[in-house]
Design a protein around this ligand. Structure first.
Ligand code: C2E
Ligand code: MG
Ligand code: MG
Length: 603
């Protein structure tokens, strides 16, 4: 009896355990189906029938493979192909459900795992993977969005990301914080690309980005941003370093109070870029020009703010680069005028509105005689259809910035060589013996410039020794690249002159380093040659040093007989200026020379 009772109790206990197991399977938030090898359903829990019911076209769940035939026909094939007595047939197979079949909120994707329990039976575990899939898709979208807002080369945020963050800073209201927008453009980057090649240029840009980040690391940290600055560009933030164009970067920093802070920031970045970079084993300098835009708190449009910072950057570039300039509203008008001139200059080149005038350069002998055939200097002019005659000062700089100087320079060189050869034919002995042509920085930066000069000499028949190319002292003293180009030109047999001497940075003590034949003393010294003792001494010293180095000297801008006497007293070899002649068109120059030779000695 006792044992019987005990057995009954045991049975009850077993039934309870069995019931618990059934309840467990019944409530499991995962669909479980046990089938025969052919898919015939033996058991399934409610979750499984919930998930599978919408797929059962005839309303029955007799065969798993038949139910899934429309959405996962491969499942049966996998089961058939599975030869081992037991094991995992497939794991977490994603099965998208046909659209339209699922009601709103119903599963869109199932995840199905299939196991072989024994040689006779299969077990499927089925879950609703809709949420999981949505999360994955959102992640993918975010990654794609972030890729669309990341610069592929530097991994920094790109222009779109910078613009958005800038706009959100401009749009906020009622805060005391101000921000600074720094627009940075590498100086002479084209030259770097020409020398190092594209890959080297890319490397340099990445290095520049890294320098900027490093220089701002503490500010970034203070603003609660990651110190490496590689902020998720999709997320917001109070600052960033972005690459917004070829060699252009934008730095945005919030949490400032005074415009001085923006300027200090600019100086800090300039400082960081002052050290040379090492690219492909070479030391490369990459200075930059920075335009600073200070947030006045008045809001505005992000694109306009970037444009304004860019305008200030161009002012920094015009001032010689490696510096910063703070944007002011008046710069907009100047920029518009420059854009206007640029467009008109393109037309001018097409419609041949440019022409060349020649200013005589005369020889000054100690005995007071003047050699009128010593040479001429070619000076470009622009006959504008409505503005009249435009002086080079008003357009050479702009032409340099927009790249038109190459074409202008080629035109001036070819035209002056042609004219020079014509004078030789017309005037014989009395023709000018030297043709001086001005060069600009951009021309010298062209890698094929020397070959171009050689080609023009060959085409026109101009002897190399009769051509003198003039470079300003600040240009000649610049980087190694320019030095190399100057030596190449010397190799052609062309003469080189240092223009506007006295106005740049280089001094008499470094004159011997430059590969020049002639020093042209700037008009600002010559105009005081007869009145200022200081200037007299400077001219005298220049002539002496030049002579000791075997160089020629020309006094520029002689306007009076007194100035002429003064420079002649310092033994300056040649002179140029309104006293002798203003620049003349070719035909007028021929007449001028004719008249001088008809009445020799006349100045
Ligand atoms: P620069 O090479 O120093 O040319 C001399 C300038 O001084 C010329 O001005 C000339 O007209 C002016 N000048 C000559 N004698 C006198 C004088 O006695 N008194 C005064 N007040 N001025 C005198 P311009 O033609 O206006 O040229 C200005 C500058 O523009 C040139 O300075 C040169 O740097 C640049 N330039 C002119 N033509 C070209 C060109 O074809 N290519 C390039 N790259 N630059 C050019
Ligand atoms: Mg000159
Ligand atoms: Mg000059």
């Amino acid at each position: 009896m006792k044992t019987l009772h005990h057995e009954a109790a045991m049975q009850v206990e077993q039934i309870d355990a069995y019931e618990a197991l059934v309840q467990f399977l019944y409530r499991a938030p995962i669909g479980l189906v046990q089938t025969k090898l052919d898919g015939g359903v033996e058991m399934l829990n409610p979750m499984a029938s919930n998930l599978l019911m919408p797929l059962a076209s005839d309303g029955g769940l007799d065969n798993l493979f038949a139910v899934l035939e429309g959405v996962a026909p491969q499942l049966q094939q996998m089961a058939d192909a599975f030869e081992q007595p037991s094991g995992v047939v497939c794991e977490a197979l994603r099965v998208p459900l046909r659209e339209g079949r699922s009601a709103p909120g119903a599963p869109q994707v199932l995840s199905i795992s299939l196991m072989k329990l024994d040689p006779e039976r299969l077990m499927a575990a089925i879950t609703d993977a809709t949420l999981e899939m949505q999360r994955e898709q959102e992640n993918l979208r975010r990654r794609l969005r972030s890729a669309a807002r990341t610069d592929a080369l530097t991994r920094l945020p790109n222009r779109a990301a910078a613009r958005d963050q800038l706009q959100s800073l401009l749009d906020r209201q009622g805060v005391d914080d101000r921000f600074a927008l720094l627009f940075l453009n590498c100086d002479r980057f084209r030259q770097v690309n020409d020398t190092l090649g594209q890959a080297g240029g890319d490397q340099l840009l990445t290095a520049v980005g890294d320098r900027l980040l490093a220089a701002l690391a503490d500010r970034m940290r203070a603003a609660g941003l990651p110190a490496d600055g590689r902020i998720d560009p999709a997320a917001g933030g109070a600052g960033l370093v972005a690459r917004v164009g070829g060699d252009e970067f934008v730095v945005l920093l919030d949490g400032l109070r005074h415009p001085d802070e923006a300027e200090r920031l600019a100086l800090r970045l300039l400082d960081a870029l002052a050290r040379p970079h090492t690219v492909g084993g070479h030391e490369v300098a990459c200075r930059a020009s920075i335009g600073v835009y200070w947030d006045g708190g008045a809001g505005g449009d992000a694109d306009e703010a970037i444009r304004d910072a860019g305008i200030a950057m161009i002012e920094a570039k015009r001032a010689g680069g490696a510096r910063h300039v703070v944007f002011e509203a008046s710069m907009r008008e100047r920029a518009a005028r420059r854009a206007d001139i640029e467009a008109q200059l393109r037309t001018a080149l097409l419609e041949e509105q440019l022409f060349v005038v020649y200013q005589p350069v005369v020889g000054l002998a100690a005995d007071g005689t003047v050699d009128h055939a010593a040479g001429v200097e070619a000076l470009v002019r622009w006959q504008h259809p409505t503005r009249g005659l435009v002086p080079p000062f008003d357009f050479i700089g702009i032409a340099e910035e927009c790249g038109l100087i190459d074409q202008i320079g080629d035109f001036v060189l070819a035209r002056s060589c042609t004219d020079f050869m014509r004078w030789r034919a017309e005037l014989g002995e009395r023709a000018p013996r030297l043709m001086a042509v001005n060069l600009s920085r951009a021309q010298l930066a062209q890698p094929d410039w020397t070959a171009k000069v050689a080609a023009i000499l060959a085409e026109t028949g101009m002897p190399a020794a009769s051509l003198q190319l003039e470079v300003t002292e600040s240009l000649a003293a610049q980087d190694e690249q320019i030095q190399v180009r100057l030596h190449e030109l010397k190799g052609l047999g062309v003469k080189l002159a240092l223009d506007d001497f006295g106005t740049g940075y280089s001094s008499l003590s470094s004159l011997h380093l430059l590969p020049v034949d002639t020093v042209k003393i700037d008009r600002s010294f010559v105009c005081k040659a007869d009145t200022s003792h200081h200037h007299q001494v400077l001219i005298e010293a220049t002539v002496k040093v030049a002579q000791s180095l075997g160089m020629n000297t020309v006094a520029e801008g002689i306007e009076t007989a007194a100035q002429l006497d003064a420079v002649r007293a310092q033994s300056c070899a040649k002179g140029q200026g309104y006293l002798f002649s203003r620049p003349l068109v070719s035909s007028a120059l021929v007449e001028w020379i004719g008249a001088r030779f008809a009445a020799p000695g006349q100045a």
